[in-house]
Design a protein. Structure first.
Ligand SMILES: *Cc1c(COP(=O)(O)O)cnc(C)c1O
Length: 482
Protein backbone atom coordinates (compact mmCIF):
# COMPACT_ATOMS: atom_id res chain seq x y z
CA UNK A 1 0.00 0.00 0.00
CA UNK A 2 1.48 3.37 -1.05
CA UNK A 3 1.49 6.14 1.53
CA UNK A 4 -0.21 9.38 0.44
CA UNK A 5 1.87 12.54 0.31
CA UNK A 6 3.07 13.81 3.69
CA UNK A 7 0.27 12.20 5.66
CA UNK A 8 2.08 12.28 9.02
CA UNK A 9 2.29 16.05 9.40
CA UNK A 10 1.23 17.63 12.69
CA UNK A 11 -1.98 19.71 12.76
CA UNK A 12 -1.72 22.90 10.66
CA UNK A 13 -0.21 25.79 12.60
CA UNK A 14 -2.51 28.54 13.88
CA UNK A 15 -2.14 31.53 11.50
CA UNK A 16 -1.69 33.97 14.39
CA UNK A 17 -0.43 36.87 12.29
CA UNK A 18 -1.95 40.04 10.85
CA UNK A 19 -4.50 38.89 8.20
CA UNK A 20 -3.29 41.42 5.61
CA UNK A 21 -0.12 42.31 3.78
CA UNK A 22 1.31 45.76 3.23
CA UNK A 23 0.81 47.51 -0.11
CA UNK A 24 1.87 51.08 0.62
CA UNK A 25 4.17 52.11 3.43
CA UNK A 26 4.59 55.33 5.35
CA UNK A 27 8.06 55.74 6.84
CA UNK A 28 8.31 56.43 10.56
CA UNK A 29 10.75 59.22 11.32
CA UNK A 30 12.80 58.32 14.36
CA UNK A 31 13.73 61.08 16.79
CA UNK A 32 16.51 61.37 19.35
CA UNK A 33 15.83 61.67 23.08
CA UNK A 34 17.09 65.29 22.86
CA UNK A 35 14.58 66.12 20.10
CA UNK A 36 11.80 64.58 22.16
CA UNK A 37 12.78 66.43 25.33
CA UNK A 38 12.80 69.65 23.35
CA UNK A 39 9.40 68.89 21.76
CA UNK A 40 7.93 68.00 25.16
CA UNK A 41 9.12 71.27 26.71
CA UNK A 42 7.91 73.33 23.76
CA UNK A 43 4.51 71.61 23.89
CA UNK A 44 4.06 72.45 27.58
CA UNK A 45 4.02 68.73 28.50
CA UNK A 46 0.85 68.34 26.44
CA UNK A 47 1.07 65.64 23.75
CA UNK A 48 -1.85 67.14 21.79
CA UNK A 49 0.51 70.02 21.01
CA UNK A 50 3.32 67.84 19.61
CA UNK A 51 3.65 67.67 15.80
CA UNK A 52 2.74 64.15 14.62
CA UNK A 53 6.04 64.01 12.68
CA UNK A 54 7.86 63.81 15.99
CA UNK A 55 5.86 60.75 17.09
CA UNK A 56 7.10 57.22 16.28
CA UNK A 57 4.03 55.23 17.32
CA UNK A 58 0.84 57.23 17.67
CA UNK A 59 -1.71 55.73 20.08
CA UNK A 60 -3.48 59.03 20.76
CA UNK A 61 -6.75 57.78 19.27
CA UNK A 62 -8.33 55.05 17.15
CA UNK A 63 -10.59 57.61 15.44
CA UNK A 64 -10.13 58.38 11.76
CA UNK A 65 -6.61 56.90 11.75
CA UNK A 66 -7.48 53.60 10.07
CA UNK A 67 -5.43 52.22 7.18
CA UNK A 68 -7.84 51.71 4.29
CA UNK A 69 -7.71 48.54 2.21
CA UNK A 70 -6.71 48.35 -1.47
CA UNK A 71 -10.40 47.69 -2.13
CA UNK A 72 -11.38 50.91 -0.38
CA UNK A 73 -8.77 52.97 -2.25
CA UNK A 74 -10.08 51.44 -5.47
CA UNK A 75 -13.66 52.27 -4.49
CA UNK A 76 -12.68 55.95 -4.11
CA UNK A 77 -12.12 56.19 -7.84
CA UNK A 78 -15.43 54.50 -8.44
CA UNK A 79 -17.32 57.09 -6.35
CA UNK A 80 -20.31 58.66 -8.08
CA UNK A 81 -20.32 62.40 -7.39
CA UNK A 82 -23.87 63.01 -8.66
CA UNK A 83 -25.59 65.61 -6.45
CA UNK A 84 -28.75 63.55 -6.14
CA UNK A 85 -29.46 59.87 -6.71
CA UNK A 86 -25.78 58.93 -6.54
CA UNK A 87 -24.98 55.26 -7.15
CA UNK A 88 -22.52 55.44 -4.23
CA UNK A 89 -25.32 56.47 -1.89
CA UNK A 90 -27.43 53.55 -3.07
CA UNK A 91 -24.59 51.14 -2.31
CA UNK A 92 -23.90 52.72 1.09
CA UNK A 93 -27.60 52.63 1.99
CA UNK A 94 -27.89 48.99 1.05
CA UNK A 95 -24.86 47.99 3.16
CA UNK A 96 -26.11 49.91 6.22
CA UNK A 97 -29.60 48.45 5.81
CA UNK A 98 -28.21 44.93 5.67
CA UNK A 99 -26.23 45.44 8.90
CA UNK A 100 -28.80 47.42 10.90
CA UNK A 101 -32.12 46.38 9.36
CA UNK A 102 -33.15 50.04 9.56
CA UNK A 103 -35.03 51.49 6.60
CA UNK A 104 -33.88 55.12 6.86
CA UNK A 105 -30.13 55.63 6.34
CA UNK A 106 -28.73 59.16 6.54
CA UNK A 107 -25.02 59.84 6.01
CA UNK A 108 -23.27 62.60 7.98
CA UNK A 109 -19.74 63.96 7.90
CA UNK A 110 -18.95 62.33 11.25
CA UNK A 111 -20.65 60.88 14.30
CA UNK A 112 -21.28 64.10 16.19
CA UNK A 113 -23.21 65.58 13.26
CA UNK A 114 -25.59 62.62 13.46
CA UNK A 115 -25.96 63.31 17.20
CA UNK A 116 -26.74 66.97 16.71
CA UNK A 117 -29.36 66.27 14.02
CA UNK A 118 -31.12 63.53 15.97
CA UNK A 119 -31.17 65.53 19.19
CA UNK A 120 -32.54 68.62 17.47
CA UNK A 121 -35.44 66.49 16.32
CA UNK A 122 -36.01 64.31 19.39
CA UNK A 123 -34.98 66.26 22.51
CA UNK A 124 -36.66 69.14 24.34
CA UNK A 125 -35.48 71.22 27.30
CA UNK A 126 -36.13 69.67 30.70
CA UNK A 127 -35.93 66.08 29.50
CA UNK A 128 -33.40 63.45 30.60
CA UNK A 129 -31.37 61.12 28.38
CA UNK A 130 -29.86 58.15 30.19
CA UNK A 131 -27.14 55.90 28.79
CA UNK A 132 -24.50 53.39 29.91
CA UNK A 133 -21.83 56.10 29.57
CA UNK A 134 -22.35 58.88 27.02
CA UNK A 135 -19.34 59.71 24.86
CA UNK A 136 -18.20 63.29 25.50
CA UNK A 137 -19.59 64.78 22.25
CA UNK A 138 -22.87 62.90 22.83
CA UNK A 139 -23.03 64.31 26.33
CA UNK A 140 -22.31 67.83 25.05
CA UNK A 141 -24.87 67.58 22.23
CA UNK A 142 -27.56 66.36 24.66
CA UNK A 143 -26.88 69.18 27.11
CA UNK A 144 -26.81 71.73 24.27
CA UNK A 145 -30.54 71.03 23.92
CA UNK A 146 -31.21 71.98 27.55
CA UNK A 147 -31.60 68.27 28.25
CA UNK A 148 -29.85 66.38 31.05
CA UNK A 149 -27.45 63.57 30.07
CA UNK A 150 -26.99 60.94 32.74
CA UNK A 151 -24.69 57.94 32.88
CA UNK A 152 -25.89 54.67 34.41
CA UNK A 153 -22.85 52.42 34.05
CA UNK A 154 -22.80 48.90 35.45
CA UNK A 155 -21.39 48.84 39.01
CA UNK A 156 -18.72 46.43 37.64
CA UNK A 157 -17.10 49.40 35.82
CA UNK A 158 -15.65 50.82 39.00
CA UNK A 159 -13.29 47.97 39.88
CA UNK A 160 -10.35 48.18 37.45
CA UNK A 161 -8.85 44.85 38.45
CA UNK A 162 -12.01 42.69 38.26
CA UNK A 163 -12.20 40.39 35.20
CA UNK A 164 -15.91 41.03 34.56
CA UNK A 165 -16.65 40.19 30.88
CA UNK A 166 -19.21 42.96 30.24
CA UNK A 167 -18.20 46.05 32.16
CA UNK A 168 -19.81 48.18 29.44
CA UNK A 169 -23.38 47.18 30.42
CA UNK A 170 -26.01 49.69 31.47
CA UNK A 171 -27.21 49.41 35.08
CA UNK A 172 -30.69 47.93 34.50
CA UNK A 173 -32.00 48.65 37.99
CA UNK A 174 -31.02 52.29 37.75
CA UNK A 175 -32.58 52.48 34.29
CA UNK A 176 -35.83 51.00 35.54
CA UNK A 177 -35.91 53.44 38.47
CA UNK A 178 -35.45 56.32 36.08
CA UNK A 179 -38.08 55.12 33.62
CA UNK A 180 -40.68 54.56 36.36
CA UNK A 181 -39.90 57.89 38.08
CA UNK A 182 -40.87 61.46 37.20
CA UNK A 183 -38.16 62.18 34.64
CA UNK A 184 -39.30 62.76 31.08
CA UNK A 185 -37.16 60.43 28.94
CA UNK A 186 -37.39 60.92 25.14
CA UNK A 187 -34.84 58.19 24.35
CA UNK A 188 -32.17 55.96 25.87
CA UNK A 189 -28.70 55.59 24.31
CA UNK A 190 -26.46 52.56 24.79
CA UNK A 191 -22.92 52.97 23.54
CA UNK A 192 -21.30 49.82 22.12
CA UNK A 193 -18.57 49.29 23.05
CA UNK A 194 -18.63 51.64 26.04
CA UNK A 195 -15.79 53.94 24.98
CA UNK A 196 -15.80 56.20 28.02
CA UNK A 197 -15.75 53.18 30.35
CA UNK A 198 -12.57 51.62 28.96
CA UNK A 199 -13.86 50.32 25.61
CA UNK A 200 -15.69 47.61 27.52
CA UNK A 201 -18.38 45.57 25.73
CA UNK A 202 -22.11 45.47 26.37
CA UNK A 203 -23.66 41.97 26.46
CA UNK A 204 -26.56 40.90 24.27
CA UNK A 205 -28.43 39.93 27.45
CA UNK A 206 -28.07 43.47 28.76
CA UNK A 207 -29.21 44.97 25.44
CA UNK A 208 -32.21 42.63 25.37
CA UNK A 209 -33.24 43.57 28.91
CA UNK A 210 -32.70 47.29 28.29
CA UNK A 211 -34.69 47.12 25.07
CA UNK A 212 -37.58 45.35 26.82
CA UNK A 213 -37.56 47.95 29.62
CA UNK A 214 -37.50 50.89 27.22
CA UNK A 215 -40.29 49.48 25.09
CA UNK A 216 -42.44 48.64 28.12
CA UNK A 217 -42.27 52.36 28.92
CA UNK A 218 -42.78 53.48 25.33
CA UNK A 219 -39.28 54.95 25.11
CA UNK A 220 -37.14 54.39 21.99
CA UNK A 221 -33.70 52.80 22.39
CA UNK A 222 -30.79 54.07 20.30
CA UNK A 223 -27.38 52.48 19.92
CA UNK A 224 -24.27 54.62 19.64
CA UNK A 225 -22.62 52.04 17.39
CA UNK A 226 -19.18 53.56 16.70
CA UNK A 227 -17.63 50.18 17.64
CA UNK A 228 -20.53 47.86 16.83
CA UNK A 229 -18.28 45.26 15.17
CA UNK A 230 -15.82 45.07 18.07
CA UNK A 231 -18.78 44.71 20.45
CA UNK A 232 -20.17 41.90 18.27
CA UNK A 233 -16.86 40.05 18.42
CA UNK A 234 -16.58 40.41 22.20
CA UNK A 235 -20.16 39.06 22.54
CA UNK A 236 -19.11 36.10 20.39
CA UNK A 237 -16.09 35.43 22.60
CA UNK A 238 -17.67 36.07 25.99
CA UNK A 239 -21.39 35.21 25.81
CA UNK A 240 -21.98 31.46 25.60
CA UNK A 241 -25.01 31.39 23.31
CA UNK A 242 -23.21 33.50 20.68
CA UNK A 243 -19.98 31.45 20.49
CA UNK A 244 -18.84 30.95 16.93
CA UNK A 245 -21.71 32.90 15.33
CA UNK A 246 -20.98 35.19 12.35
CA UNK A 247 -20.26 38.79 13.43
CA UNK A 248 -22.87 40.11 10.96
CA UNK A 249 -25.55 37.97 12.61
CA UNK A 250 -24.57 39.26 16.06
CA UNK A 251 -24.44 42.88 14.88
CA UNK A 252 -27.87 42.51 13.30
CA UNK A 253 -29.28 41.00 16.49
CA UNK A 254 -27.97 44.02 18.45
CA UNK A 255 -29.48 46.54 16.03
CA UNK A 256 -32.75 44.57 15.94
CA UNK A 257 -33.22 45.52 19.61
CA UNK A 258 -32.97 49.25 18.85
CA UNK A 259 -35.14 51.89 17.19
CA UNK A 260 -32.22 53.74 15.68
CA UNK A 261 -28.47 54.19 15.77
CA UNK A 262 -25.80 56.86 15.63
CA UNK A 263 -22.49 55.78 14.13
CA UNK A 264 -19.11 57.46 13.81
CA UNK A 265 -17.60 55.59 10.85
CA UNK A 266 -14.14 56.83 11.87
CA UNK A 267 -13.98 53.77 14.12
CA UNK A 268 -15.58 50.55 12.86
CA UNK A 269 -16.42 52.12 9.47
CA UNK A 270 -12.69 51.77 8.74
CA UNK A 271 -12.49 55.23 7.14
CA UNK A 272 -10.76 58.51 7.91
CA UNK A 273 -13.98 60.55 7.92
CA UNK A 274 -17.71 59.77 7.88
CA UNK A 275 -20.69 58.75 9.95
CA UNK A 276 -24.38 58.04 9.73
CA UNK A 277 -27.72 57.92 11.42
CA UNK A 278 -30.25 55.13 10.82
CA UNK A 279 -33.81 55.02 12.17
CA UNK A 280 -37.02 53.04 11.82
CA UNK A 281 -39.43 55.93 12.38
CA UNK A 282 -40.56 57.68 9.17
CA UNK A 283 -41.41 61.00 10.83
CA UNK A 284 -38.05 61.26 12.66
CA UNK A 285 -36.21 60.52 9.41
CA UNK A 286 -38.24 63.13 7.57
CA UNK A 287 -37.51 65.81 10.18
CA UNK A 288 -33.78 64.99 10.15
CA UNK A 289 -33.65 65.19 6.36
CA UNK A 290 -35.35 68.57 6.44
CA UNK A 291 -32.80 69.87 8.96
CA UNK A 292 -29.81 68.58 7.02
CA UNK A 293 -30.00 71.27 4.39
CA UNK A 294 -28.84 73.79 7.02
CA UNK A 295 -25.58 72.02 7.81
CA UNK A 296 -24.78 68.71 6.20
CA UNK A 297 -26.23 69.22 2.71
CA UNK A 298 -28.52 67.03 0.64
CA UNK A 299 -29.67 63.92 2.57
CA UNK A 300 -27.96 61.47 0.20
CA UNK A 301 -24.46 62.84 0.71
CA UNK A 302 -24.50 64.32 4.23
CA UNK A 303 -21.37 66.47 4.12
CA UNK A 304 -19.38 63.78 2.30
CA UNK A 305 -18.21 63.13 -1.25
CA UNK A 306 -19.63 60.19 -3.20
CA UNK A 307 -16.22 58.51 -2.93
CA UNK A 308 -16.37 58.74 0.88
CA UNK A 309 -19.68 56.83 0.80
CA UNK A 310 -18.00 54.11 -1.30
CA UNK A 311 -15.10 53.83 1.14
CA UNK A 312 -17.52 53.66 4.07
CA UNK A 313 -19.64 50.98 2.38
CA UNK A 314 -16.54 48.83 1.80
CA UNK A 315 -15.23 49.50 5.32
CA UNK A 316 -18.50 48.44 6.92
CA UNK A 317 -18.34 45.15 5.01
CA UNK A 318 -14.66 44.53 5.79
CA UNK A 319 -14.98 45.25 9.50
CA UNK A 320 -17.30 42.24 9.95
CA UNK A 321 -14.74 39.80 8.51
CA UNK A 322 -14.06 37.26 11.30
CA UNK A 323 -10.33 37.12 10.44
CA UNK A 324 -10.06 40.90 10.78
CA UNK A 325 -11.96 41.04 14.09
CA UNK A 326 -10.12 38.07 15.60
CA UNK A 327 -6.79 39.79 14.87
CA UNK A 328 -7.99 43.21 15.98
CA UNK A 329 -9.26 42.05 19.36
CA UNK A 330 -6.26 39.78 19.81
CA UNK A 331 -3.87 42.66 19.19
CA UNK A 332 -5.46 44.70 21.98
CA UNK A 333 -5.66 41.70 24.32
CA UNK A 334 -2.01 40.73 23.70
CA UNK A 335 -0.80 44.25 24.50
CA UNK A 336 -2.93 44.25 27.67
CA UNK A 337 -1.83 40.80 28.81
CA UNK A 338 1.85 41.58 28.13
CA UNK A 339 1.58 44.69 30.29
CA UNK A 340 -0.20 42.76 33.06
CA UNK A 341 2.57 40.15 33.01
CA UNK A 342 5.13 42.97 33.38
CA UNK A 343 3.33 44.21 36.50
CA UNK A 344 1.79 47.27 34.81
CA UNK A 345 -1.64 48.00 36.38
CA UNK A 346 -4.26 48.11 33.60
CA UNK A 347 -8.05 48.10 33.44
CA UNK A 348 -8.92 44.39 33.15
CA UNK A 349 -9.87 42.69 30.98
CA UNK A 350 -8.64 44.60 27.89
CA UNK A 351 -11.65 45.70 25.81
CA UNK A 352 -12.11 46.44 22.14
CA UNK A 353 -9.95 49.32 20.97
CA UNK A 354 -7.53 50.38 23.66
CA UNK A 355 -5.61 49.42 26.76
CA UNK A 356 -6.02 51.70 29.79
CA UNK A 357 -3.29 52.02 32.42
CA UNK A 358 -4.15 53.11 35.95
CA UNK A 359 -1.96 56.19 36.47
CA UNK A 360 -2.33 56.30 40.26
CA UNK A 361 -1.45 52.63 40.70
CA UNK A 362 1.52 52.94 38.30
CA UNK A 363 2.91 56.01 40.11
CA UNK A 364 1.80 55.53 43.73
CA UNK A 365 4.35 58.08 44.95
CA UNK A 366 2.41 60.87 43.17
CA UNK A 367 -0.67 62.62 44.51
CA UNK A 368 -3.80 62.46 42.28
CA UNK A 369 -3.35 66.23 41.77
CA UNK A 370 0.18 65.68 40.42
CA UNK A 371 -1.48 64.40 37.20
CA UNK A 372 0.06 60.91 37.37
CA UNK A 373 -1.42 59.57 34.11
CA UNK A 374 -0.34 62.74 32.29
CA UNK A 375 3.15 62.44 33.81
CA UNK A 376 3.29 58.83 32.61
CA UNK A 377 2.17 59.78 29.10
CA UNK A 378 4.93 62.42 28.92
CA UNK A 379 7.49 59.92 30.24
CA UNK A 380 6.40 57.36 27.63
CA UNK A 381 6.82 59.92 24.84
CA UNK A 382 10.22 60.99 26.13
CA UNK A 383 11.44 57.43 26.60
CA UNK A 384 10.20 55.87 23.37
CA UNK A 385 8.46 58.41 21.09
CA UNK A 386 5.09 56.75 21.77
CA UNK A 387 2.08 59.07 22.03
CA UNK A 388 -0.83 58.11 24.29
CA UNK A 389 -3.59 60.15 25.88
CA UNK A 390 -4.52 60.94 29.45
CA UNK A 391 -8.14 60.28 30.40
CA UNK A 392 -8.15 61.48 33.95
CA UNK A 393 -7.41 64.47 36.11
CA UNK A 394 -6.26 66.73 33.27
CA UNK A 395 -9.19 65.81 31.00
CA UNK A 396 -11.97 65.63 33.57
CA UNK A 397 -10.80 67.76 36.51
CA UNK A 398 -11.79 71.40 37.00
CA UNK A 399 -10.41 74.15 39.17
CA UNK A 400 -12.82 74.34 42.12
CA UNK A 401 -13.37 77.06 44.74
CA UNK A 402 -10.19 79.04 45.35
CA UNK A 403 -8.68 77.45 42.21
CA UNK A 404 -8.18 74.17 44.06
CA UNK A 405 -8.99 70.94 42.25
CA UNK A 406 -10.63 67.86 43.64
CA UNK A 407 -9.44 64.42 42.43
CA UNK A 408 -11.67 62.87 39.76
CA UNK A 409 -12.72 59.24 40.02
CA UNK A 410 -10.27 57.63 37.58
CA UNK A 411 -6.86 58.73 36.33
CA UNK A 412 -6.07 56.62 33.28
CA UNK A 413 -3.60 56.57 30.41
CA UNK A 414 -5.19 55.28 27.20
CA UNK A 415 -3.25 53.42 24.52
CA UNK A 416 -5.72 53.50 21.60
CA UNK A 417 -4.84 51.12 18.79
CA UNK A 418 -5.45 52.41 15.22
CA UNK A 419 -7.03 49.76 12.99
CA UNK A 420 -4.72 47.84 10.60
CA UNK A 421 -1.88 50.35 11.16
CA UNK A 422 0.68 48.84 13.55
CA UNK A 423 2.19 45.36 13.60
CA UNK A 424 2.54 43.20 16.67
CA UNK A 425 6.29 43.95 16.70
CA UNK A 426 5.56 47.66 16.95
CA UNK A 427 3.09 47.06 19.78
CA UNK A 428 5.67 44.80 21.45
CA UNK A 429 8.01 47.80 21.45
CA UNK A 430 5.32 49.84 23.22
CA UNK A 431 4.92 47.11 25.86
CA UNK A 432 8.69 46.93 26.40
CA UNK A 433 8.92 50.71 26.79
CA UNK A 434 6.15 50.68 29.42
CA UNK A 435 7.79 47.78 31.27
CA UNK A 436 11.04 49.83 31.36
CA UNK A 437 9.17 52.80 32.78
CA UNK A 438 7.44 50.62 35.34
CA UNK A 439 10.81 49.40 36.65
CA UNK A 440 12.05 53.03 36.72
CA UNK A 441 8.76 54.51 37.93
CA UNK A 442 10.26 56.19 40.99
CA UNK A 443 12.10 58.54 38.60
CA UNK A 444 8.85 59.96 37.17
CA UNK A 445 7.93 63.19 38.92
CA UNK A 446 4.83 65.36 39.39
CA UNK A 447 3.43 67.88 36.90
CA UNK A 448 1.53 71.10 37.48
CA UNK A 449 -0.61 73.21 35.17
CA UNK A 450 0.79 76.57 34.09
CA UNK A 451 -2.08 77.63 31.83
CA UNK A 452 -5.51 76.20 31.03
CA UNK A 453 -8.41 77.12 28.77
CA UNK A 454 -11.85 77.30 30.40
CA UNK A 455 -13.30 74.36 28.45
CA UNK A 456 -11.77 71.13 27.10
CA UNK A 457 -8.57 71.97 28.91
CA UNK A 458 -6.70 68.79 27.97
CA UNK A 459 -6.42 69.96 24.34
CA UNK A 460 -4.82 73.30 25.11
CA UNK A 461 -3.44 73.30 28.66
CA UNK A 462 0.28 73.69 29.31
CA UNK A 463 2.10 72.02 32.18
CA UNK A 464 5.60 71.74 33.63
CA UNK A 465 7.38 69.56 36.17
CA UNK A 466 6.07 70.77 39.52
CA UNK A 467 8.38 73.32 41.11
CA UNK A 468 6.13 74.66 43.86
CA UNK A 469 4.41 72.85 46.70
CA UNK A 470 0.91 71.79 45.73
CA UNK A 471 -1.92 73.90 47.18
CA UNK A 472 -3.70 72.20 50.07
CA UNK A 473 -6.76 70.25 49.10
CA UNK A 474 -10.04 71.28 50.69
CA UNK A 475 -11.68 67.86 50.49
CA UNK A 476 -10.26 64.38 50.08
CA UNK A 477 -13.50 63.03 48.63
CA UNK A 478 -13.19 62.13 44.95
CA UNK A 479 -15.69 63.91 42.74
CA UNK A 480 -17.41 61.89 40.04
CA UNK A 481 -15.86 62.24 36.62
CA UNK A 482 -17.72 62.03 33.37
C1 LIG B 1 -16.01 59.05 18.25
C2 LIG B 1 -17.28 58.81 18.89
C3 LIG B 1 -18.38 59.66 18.69
C4 LIG B 1 -18.29 60.93 17.87
O1 LIG B 1 -17.97 60.67 16.56
P1 LIG B 1 -17.07 61.64 15.65
O2 LIG B 1 -17.00 60.92 14.36
O3 LIG B 1 -15.75 61.80 16.33
O4 LIG B 1 -17.81 62.93 15.55
C5 LIG B 1 -19.57 59.34 19.31
N1 LIG B 1 -19.67 58.26 20.11
C6 LIG B 1 -18.64 57.43 20.33
C7 LIG B 1 -18.82 56.24 21.21
C8 LIG B 1 -17.41 57.67 19.74
O5 LIG B 1 -16.38 56.87 20.00
Amino acid sequence: MMRSFADALPPAPNPAFEPYKVKAVEPIRLTTPEERRDALERSGYNLFRIPADLVAIDLLTDSGVTAMSARQWGALLDGDEAYAGSRSFARFESVVRSITGMPHVIPTHQGRAAERLLFQVMLSPGETVPGNTHFDTTHANIEARGTTAIDLPSPATHDHAAEHPFKGDIDLEALEDLLTGDARVPLVIITVTNNSAGGQPVSMANLEAASALCHAHGVPLFLDGARFAENSWLIREREAEWHGRPPLEIARAMFDLADGCLVSAKKDGLVNIGGFLAVRDDAVAEDVRRLMVLGEGFPTYGGLAGRDLEAMASGLEEVLDPAYLADRINQVRTLGDTLTAAGVPIVRPPGGHAVYIDGRAFLPHLDPLDYPAQALSCALYLHAGVRSVEVGQLMNGRPGPGDVEVPVEHDLLRLAIPRRVYTSRQLGFVADALADLHRARAAIGPLEITDQPAALRHFGATLRPRVNARPERTSAAPSVSS
